[in-house]
Design a protein around this ligand. Structure first.
Ligand code: NOJ
Length: 554
C-alpha cells in the first residue's frame, strides 16, 4: 500500500477521519520488544505495523514513550520532546510514524500536561531555587501550615493514596509541593504563561513530526484555584459539582487552555485531533469535546457498568445525546491501561469489588472465564457497531484476561506502595502481549519481560489464534473489516419489540446489531447474518451474544 493509494479524494473528508475511527491503544512498554531488553519499544511497534493493518485499525494511540523514571508507567515525563532512550530515538519514532502512515494508520500520542516527572529539568531547577523564585512558580510550592509549617498546605489527597503534598527536606523553608498523583509527579502551575507556552511548543513539535492527534491526560485538572486560603476539594474527582466550583477539578478556566490548543491544532492540514481524559460529570465532560476545544472526550461509562441490556441502553442513549449537543462524536471504551480487562470484569459476579478481587490474587470470587470471554466478545461487537469512535486496548482482540496473580515483588504500579500495599493497582492489564505460543516471553521479545506473563498467555497468543475459526482475534479482524464497509452516518435507531434483555439497533444503510444479554437463546430477528460473537447453532440468537445483520447478502 502506498500513501497515494490511501489518500482520500477529498482532503476535507480526511479532516473528519477521527469521528468514527477505531483507535488501538498501545502501551509501548508492553507491546513488542525489538531489542530483547524486557521492555517494549518504538521499533517494536514498527515491527508489528503489518499486524495492526491486518487487524484493521484506523489509528494507534501510544501511551507515553517519553524519557521517564517510570514512577507511574511513563506518565511521569522528564522531557516532553524526546523518546525514552530505553524505548528508542526520535529517528525510531519518525520511522514508526512513516510505517503507520504507509499502512493507512494515523498516530495519536499521549500528552501529560498536569504534571511532569520530578526529574524534569524544570523541577530540578525549582528544587535548586529559592522559595518564591520564577523556577518554583512553574510548579505549586507552598509553605506548610501549623507550627513550623509541619502540616500540608491543604487537605488535598493524591489519587494514588496519601496526601497530595510532599515536604522538601533540607529546603530553606522546608516548603511543600503539590502532586495529585505520585510524589514523583509534581503538578504544574497553569497560571504561569511560560508553562502554557511550553505545551504549545510541545504540541507543535509532535504535529510537525506528523502526529495526527493527542490524548490529553487528566485534562480536567490543569486549572486550579490557588488563591489563599486554599479550599478543600471534594473527594478526588468523583461527585464533582456542576458549577466548576471545586478548587482542583473541572474549573471553567481550563477551557481557555484548550481553546488555545485548538488554534494550534487547526493550523495544520488536516487539523490535529484530540481526546480528553476528563473524569467530570457527563454534563460537564462534553464541554471538553466542543469543536472549539479538544473535539472528543472519553466516556468511560461502559467501563463502570455490568453486562445488562438496560445499563447499556442508558449509557448509549446518554452518550449519543451528549455528543450531539456539542457536535463531537462519541467515544467508546471497554478496556484501557488503567482498568481491569473487560473479559475479567464480565466474568465476575455483578457488583464484585474489583480491588478486593485483585488483592485475593483473582481467587475470590471465582472468575468464570468462559462466561467472561463470551460476554466480552458480545460487548465488543456491540461497541464496534455504535456511531462514534471505538478505542480498543492492546490485547483485548486476543480476549486477554486481567493477570490478577502477578507475584507481589513484580508489581510496579505506585498505587501498591502508596496505599501501604492495600491496593494492587493496574499492572494486571499491562502484562506484555503474547505474540507466539512458545519462547521466553512468547514472542514479545526473546528474553524475559518486565512483567511476567502467565502460562495461559501461550494459548491466547496471536500465533495460537491466527487463522483459527471463531478465535477472538479473527472475530475482531472480521468486525473491523465489516465496520469499515458498513459504517455510515453517525446515527442509531432503536428497534423494539423483542424481549427486555435484547438490545437491537439499526444504523443507516441497513446494518443492525442485536445483543441478547439474557442467559437463554431468543428468536433471531430477520436479516442476513454477517457476524456473530458466538456460534449460531439452530437459527436462534444464543445467550450473551451479539449478531450483526444486514438487509442484503454479503
Ligand atoms: C491517567 C492515566 O491514564 C494514568 O495511567 C496515570 O496514572 C494518570 N493519568 C496520571 O498521569
Amino acid at each position: 500500500m502506498t500513501d497515494q493509494l490511501l489518500a482520500p479524494a477529498d482532503a476535507s473528508l480526511d479532516a473528519t477521519w477521527w469521528r468514527q475511527a477505531c483507535v488501538y491503544q498501545i502501551y509501548p512498554r508492553s507491546f513488542a520488544d525489538s531489542n530483547s531488553d524486557g521492555l517494549g519499544d518504538i521499533a517494536g511497534v514498527t515491527s508489528r505495523m503489518g499486524y495492526l493493518a491486518a487487524l484493521g485499525v484506523d489509528a494507534i494511540w501510544l501511551s507515553p514513550f517519553y524519557p521517564s523514571a517510570l514512577a507511574d508507567g511513563g506518565y511521569d515525563v522528564a522531557d516532553y520532546r524526546n523518546v525514552d532512550p530505553q524505548l528508542g530515538t526520535l529517528d525510531d519514532f519518525d520511522a514508526m510514524v512513516a510505517a503507520a502512515h504507509n499502512a493507512g494508520i494515523k498516530v495519536i500520542v499521549d500528552i501529560v500536561p498536569n504534571h511532569t516527572s520530578d526529574l524534569h529539568g524544570w523541577f530540578q531547577e525549582a528544587l535548586a531555587s529559592e522559595p518564591g523564585s520564577a523556577a518554583r512558580n512553574r510548579y505549586i510550592f507552598r509553605d506548610g501550615k501549623g507550627p513550623d509549617g509541619a502540616e500540608p498546605p491543604a487537605d488535598w489527597v493524591s489519587h494514588f493514596g496519601g496526601s497530595a503534598w510532599t515536604r522538601l527536606q533540607g529546603d530553606p523553608n522546608e516548603q511543600w509541593y503539590l502532586h495529585l498523583f505520585a510524589r514523583e509527579q509534581p503538578d504544574l502551575n497553569w497560571d504561569n504563561r511560560e508553562v502554557r507556552d511550553d505545551f504549545l511548543t510541545t504540541i507543535r513539535f509532535w504535529s510537525d513530526r506528523g502526529v495526527d492527534g493527542f490524548r490529553v491526560d487528566v485534562a480536567h485538572a490543569l486549572a486550579k484555584d490557588l488563591s489563599e486560603p486554599l479550599r478543600s476539594s471534594v473527594s478526588l474527582d468523583s461527585n464533582l459539582p456542576l458549577d466548576g466550583s471545586d478548587p482542583l477539578y473541572d474549573r471553567d478556566e481550563v477551557h481557555e487552555i484548550y481553546a488555545q490548543w485548538r488554534e494550534v491544532f487547526n493550523s495544520y492540514d488536516p487539523p490535529r485531533t484530540a481526546v480528553a481524559e476528563a473524569w467530570a460529570p457527563a454534563e460537564r465532560r462534553m464541554l471538553y469535546a466542543r469543536p472549539t476545544e479538544l473535539g472528543q472526550a472519553f466516556n468511560f461509562d461502559l467501563v463502570t457498568i455490568g453486562f445488562g441490556a438496560d445499563a447499556f441502553r442508558t449509557v448509549i442513549t446518554t452518550c449519543l445525546d451528549e455528543a450531539e449537543l456539542t457536535g463531537a462524536s462519541s467515544t467508546w471504551v471497554l478496556s484501557n491501561h488503567d482498568i481491569v480487562r473487560h473479559a475479567s470484569r464480565f466474568g465476575l459476579p455483578a457488583g464484585t469489588d474489583l480491588g478486593a478481587w485483585l488483592m485475593s490474587g483473582g481467587t475470590s470470587p471465582t472468575l468464570d472465564e468462559e462466561k467472561g470471554l463470551r460476554r466480552a466478545r458480545a460487548a465488543s461487537l456491540l461497541m464496534l457497531a455504535l456511531p462514534g469512535s471505538a478505542y480498543l486496548y492492546q490485547g483485548e482482540e486476543l480476549g486477554l484476561f486481567e493477570v490478577a496473580d502477578l507475584p507481589l515483588e513484580a508489581l510496579q504500579d505506585p498505587i501498591w506502595e502508596r496505599t501501604g500495599n492495600e491496593k494492587k493497582g493496574r499492572d494486571g492489564c499491562r502484562v506484555p502481549l503474547p505474540w507466539s505460543d512458545s519462547g521466553d516471553s512468547l514472542g514479545f521479545g526473546t528474553g524475559s519481560s518486565w512483567l511476567p506473563q502467565p502460562e495461559s498467555y501461550a494459548q491466547a497468543s496471536v500465533a495460537a489464534q491466527d487463522g483459527r475459526a471463531n478465535s477472538t482475534l479473527e472475530l475482531y479482524r472480521e468486525a473491523l473489516r465489516l465496520r469499515r464497509q458498513l459504517q455510515s452516518a453517525e446515527e442509531l435507531v432503536w428497534v423494539g419489540g423483542e424481549e427486555p434483555q435484547v438490545l437491537h439497533f439499526a444504523r443507516p444503510g441497513g446494518w443492525q446489531s442485536v445483543t441478547n444479554f439474557g442467559t437463554k437463546p431468543v428468536p433471531m430477528p430477520p436479516g442476513v447474518i454477517r457476524l456473530s460473537s458466538s456460534p449460531i447453532v439452530d437459527g436462534t440468537l444464543p445467550a450473551e451474544t451479539t449478531v450483526w445483520l444486514t438487509d442484503w447478502p454479503a
